[in-house]
Design a protein around this ligand. Structure first.
Ligand SMILES: Cc1ncc(COP(=O)(O)O)c(C=O)c1O
Length: 360
């Protein structure tokens, strides 16, 4: 993107904002007595250090590291991205919301999303009173580049691209994404929540190339940590500084920081799990193809499959009556009669197949 000026895209109030300065950010020495943050030196009478293992309880009475450097340094090694280019949010949902609050002027700016896609892009727009322009994917679930650029105007601040896309499961064409990053006048957010399951290369290595790019990932999927709420954003240092300025001071709690750091040591085991899930997906795809009421099984580069059935509502009801919950996406554009099925473990997948046999 030629002549890119990040600060032209930043809201005036955010540019002027004097961020909250926490007690722990102001002091960088090696203090022995902490009487600065109105914590409780007695700690919790229940969660004593001796109960918590690994000393976690010893610090539960103290505010955690506001910038999560330990976790970021580990992510940095795994992803090959400097720690200063990483932001950690309370789930990707916090990253999405912060992007709106930094770049979008309520009642004036607009963003572009490409349905059917992840629902929070639109919800966050509505919460922040920002107009959300919806340019549907093409019939083969690809980006409608021409119409996206046509819908873009001087008030367009964010473009959300989800690849692999939820709920369709496919990757967006790389050339289309590159074309959009080069021509969209605002920030392009590529949501790579499912990238670990994909054959497509991440855009992380492209960050140095594009100043208007934010790559989002999460520890909720391949890393199996949805409950910890650890969403990741990778971007230029300038963009990361803006996120740090606007986020709540202690947005990632200590348990999430410590458990996240522990989980990140198991790279090989996680890769084995990813392979197993992809293997399970193949088995499930084959087994699903035997049912005549399933008209289409869409190709998937994620840990879920989108299927088109003869009657999605009826099948959904039938499965939920058997206590199996899938996601009914049939009200989404281009997804008439479609259900989205997450790949479970072998037992769960076989329970699903048994139930489908009853439906037939
Ligand atoms: C595309 C996409 N992005 C983000 C998320 C949310 O991630 P997190 O758990 O980090 O908030 C989801 C969750 O389903 C998703 O499908």
């Amino acid at each position: 993107m030629k002549d890119f000026d990040l600060y032209k895209l930043v809201r005036e109030n955010i540019k002027k904002l004097k961020p909250y300065s926490s007690a722990r950010t102001e002091y960088s020495g090696d203090a022995a007595v902490f009487l600065d943050a109105n914590e409780n030196s007695y700690g919790s009478p229940v969660l004593l250090p001796s109960h918590s293992g690994e000393g976690a309880g010893a610090r539960l009475n103290r505010y955690p590291d506001p910038l999560q450097w330990n976790l970021k340094n580990q992510l940095s090694k795994i992803k090959g991205i400097p720690s200063q280019n990483i932001f950690i949010g309370n789930g990707s949902d916090e990253v999405i919301d912060l992007a709106y609050r930094i770049f979008c002027e309520p009642g004036k700016s607009n963003v572009i999303i490409c349905p059917p896609t992840y629902g929070m892009y639109k919800v966050c727009g509505n919460i922040n009173d920002v107009k959300v322009k919806e340019i549907n994917l093409t019939h083969d679930f690809q980006l409608d580049v021409e119409n996206i650029l046509e819908a873009t105007d001087i008030n367009s601040r964010l473009l959300f691209i989800c690849s692999p896309n939820n709920p369709t499961g496919n990757n967006m064409n790389r050339i289309d994404i590159e074309l959009l990053i080069n021509n969209f006048p605002g920030i392009v957010l590529i949501d790579e929540a499912y990238i670990n399951y994909s054959r497509q290369k991440s855009f992380l290595q492209e960050l140095t190339e594009y100043e208007n790019l934010i790559v989002m990932q999460t520890l909720s999927k391949a890393w199996g940590l949805a409950a910890l709420r650890l969403g990741l954003a990778f971007a230029s240092e300038k963009i990361i500084e803006l996120f740090n300025k606007v986020k709540p001071p202690y947005n990632i709690n200590l348990s999430s920081q410590q458990l996240g750091a522990k989980a990140l040591t198991a790279v090989e085991e996680v890769n084995t799990n990813i392979k197993n899930i992809i293997e399970q997906k193949k088995i499930l795809q084959e087994q699903l193809s035997q049912f005549s009421f399933i008209q289409k099984i869409y190709p998937s580069d994620a840990n879920f499959i989108l299927i088109k059935t003869n009657d999605a509502d009826k099948l959904y009801q039938c499965l939920s009556a058997q206590k199996i919950i899938v996601r009914n996406r049939s009200k989404e554009p281009l997804c008439e009669n479609c259900l989205r099925i997450t790949i479970g473990n072998p037992e769960e997948n076989q329970i699903l197949i048994k139930s489908l046999k009853k439906y037939e």
